[in-house]
Design a protein around this ligand. Structure first.
Ligand code: NI
Length: 229
């Protein structure tokens, strides 16, 4: 399931990010690609261990962990240090169909995670560029995603996906992976759907409605049943 989380970063945060990123040095994006994806990857990224990438990445992580919709959808155990990429039309940048590596290690922190979820956080407005859609394939077909700057999409890291060629302007984004406390995507989706329904009931009936309290208990008991921490 694809889940979009709007406005993770404010427009002023995005402007600050872009200001810092535009003044930074970029490198070939293949430095973090796996063997298969390196064959089809053509973009640029901020050097993963650079001060700029780490500082912006920490800002992204604090925005994520204070966003209830993100936490509800991802149930994150580990968040990989965010990376930052750029697809420039004049360079013919694109990223062909590929699957992300199952395990990602970060040299600087020693973190090693199982990639359950992939995340793209858009840092360009859709009007700034043509092409550059994230296309995610699942059993229901192909899904094209292009969100406003500051918004993100979560999708299963197990899915085949690509970024179509950028034909005008530049597409700037952050991307990273999450190991969820709930490994099974079906279980995670049911927990998310239940939480969403409970939040709707809370808004209508209040947090102390007896049935809402009971459902909240079921929500936590399902997490207790499925979570690995
Ligand atoms: Ni990928």
């Amino acid at each position: 399931m694809l889940i979009c989380v709007p406005d993770v970063l404010s427009k002023s945060d995005v402007a600050n990010f872009r200001h810092v990123m535009d003044a930074s040095d970029w490198e070939d994006g293949r430095s973090t690609a796996g063997a298969q994806s390196a064959l089809v990857k053509n973009n640029e990224q901020l050097p993963p261990n650079s001060d700029v990438a780490r500082k912006l990445g920490n800002h992204v992580i604090s925005a994520l962990t204070s966003n209830p919709r993100f936490v509800s959808a991802a149930i994150p155990l580990h968040i990989f240090p965010p990376l930052f990429n750029r697809y420039v039309a004049s360079n013919g940048h694109r990223f062909g169909i590929h699957v992300d590596n199952a395990i990602r290690g970060d040299h600087q922190t020693g973190m090693r995670i199982r990639t359950d979820l992939s995340v793209t956080l858009f840092l360009s407005e859709p009007e700034e560029y043509d092409g550059g859609e994230l296309v995610v394939e699942d059993n229901y077909g192909s899904h094209e995603v292009k969100l406003s700057a500051g918004s993100l999409v979560l999708y299963p890291a197990s899915s085949l996906h690509m970024v179509t060629p950028v034909t005008r302007g530049a597409r700037v984004a952050s991307f990273f992976w999450i190991q969820s406390m709930v490994r099974d995507p079906h279980a995670r989706t049911m927990i998310y759907d239940l939480d969403t329904a409970i939040q709707g009931l809370v808004a209508r009936l209040g947090r102390d409605d007896p049935e809402t309290v009971k459902l909240t208990g079921i929500y936590h008991n399902l997490i207790r049943y499925w979570a690995e921490v």
